[in-house]
Design a protein around this ligand. Structure first.
Ligand code: NAD
Ligand code: UDP
Ligand code: UDP
Length: 314
């Protein structure tokens, strides 16, 4: 039986990097958590420490197929997120983004659950506006190798807003910018995990292009706090809302930081820039600050230390 104030939470993609931190946090708050994952990029090891918690349940399921459960809130995170992973099976990626969203919205419609969507800064594509505000519509290639993810996530946002307008669903659409931290995949090709693993192993650090492109990196704990503040905000605040750390660094600066924090002898090597790789990315988070009173607590050096520590143990 549920305790007073305890909610039944569904986290899709709960065995992934962000999902596992979210499941952990929701359990700490005393909720009952169902983690749904097909283990495409997720790993049981990420949630092994939660398995014995009587409030935790793990379901192996692919959200491109219907799912019937009774829940109060849904966090829809299921989707491969790194370019290497989402380009591995692009058709499955767009099915997960679109069919998965339809199924989870159908579930929310039937149960009356509030539903959160993990959208992405990729909806802005390679932006001409800097930093990116939520009002910017983006510049996305519809037929490139990143499109399965970018357009999939854009279509999912459309579905969320249409279910909201047409069926009065309570929706929360977040646009997440690059996030890093413990439990990132060591081999997903993302820049923070690549550089840390390369530096720890003394391998060359692979800079794509000339390294002058920028990203803004958010530590996972800050992001998850943003998720909860957003989910618990007034129903009329649907988003989309940017969640990320606005401090911008070039990829070269990141490489130098990682080398210095790991005391590594690794050398930089330059590789071709992948197709459609955005040159700049920085969130404008004034909306999240204003509506959610969300504050960034962990800056890059400190967050990198936690992450390096995790990879060292691994
Ligand atoms: P991740 O790959 O670690 O997690 C995704 C999880 O979804 C994995 O556990 C995977 O097995 C699961 N999954 C994939 N397809 C599924 C399906 N069809 N059915 C059920 N489960 C499925 O990635 P992450 O970094 O934790 O990302 C989580 C969400 O946040 C994704 O939706 C991603 O698009 C979004 N996001 C992440 C970032 C970031 O920087 N990490 C940035 C923007 C958006
Ligand atoms: N759905 C689901 N779980 C539910 C309710 C619906 O997976 O508890 C799926 C169902 O497969 C459906 C989709 O969500 O195709 C969209 O549901 P909706 O009610 O909007 O559409 P309909 O059932 O009318 O096609
Ligand atoms: N990148 C890099 N070396 C790597 C991995 C990535 O220089 O080993 C660059 C990549 O080209 C991009 C940036 O780092 O410009 C961030 O890449 P990531 O895949 O982490 O995220 P995204 O492009 O989705 O922001």
């Amino acid at each position: 039986m549920l305790k007073f104030n305890q909610k039944r939470m569904l986290v899709t993609g709960g065995a992934g990097f962000l999902g596992s931190h979210l499941c952990e946090k929701l359990l700490l708050e005393g909720h009952s958590v169902i983690c749904v994952d097909n283990f495409f990029t997720g790993n049981k090891k990420n949630i092994l420490h939660l398995i014995d918690d009587s409030n935790f349940e793990l379901v192996r399921h692919d959200i491109t197929f219907p799912l019937y459960l009774e829940v109060d809130e849904i966090y829809n995170l299921a989707c491969p997120a790194s370019p290497v992973h989402y380009q591995y099976d692009p058709v499955q990626t767009i099915k997960t983004a679109v069919h998965g969203a339809i199924n989870m919205l159908g579930l929310a419609k039937r149960t009356g659950a509030k539903i959160f969507q993990a959208s992405t800064s990729e909806v802005y594509g390679d932006p001409e506006i800097h930093p990116q505000k939520e009002s910017y519509w983006g510049r996305v290639n519809p037929i490139g190798i990143r499109s399965c993810y970018d357009e999939g996530k854009r279509c999912a946002e459309t579905l969320f807003f249409d279910y909201h307008r047409q069926h009065d669903l309570k929706i929360k659409v977040s646009r997440i910018f690059n996030t890093y931290g413990p439990r990132m995949h060591p081999d997903d090709g993302r820049v923070v995990s690549n550089f840390i693993v390369q530096a720890l192993q003394g391998d060359d650090i692979t800079i794509y292009g000339d390294g002058s492109q920028t990203r803004s990196f958010c530590f996972v704990d800050d992001l998850i706090e943003g998720f909860l503040l957003f989910m618990n905000s007034e129903d009329d605040f649907t988003g989309p809302v940017n969640l990320g750390n606005p401090n911008e660094f070039t990829i070269l600066e990141l490489a130098e930081k990682v080398i210095s924090l790991t005391n590594s002898n690794s050398k930089l090597i330059f590789r071709p820039l992948p197709e459609d790789d955005p040159k700049q990315r920085q969130p404008d988070i004034s909306l999240a600050k204003d509506k959610l009173d969300w504050k960034i607590k962990t800056e890059l050096d400190e967050g990198l230390k936690h992450t390096i520590n995790y990879f060292e143990k691994k």
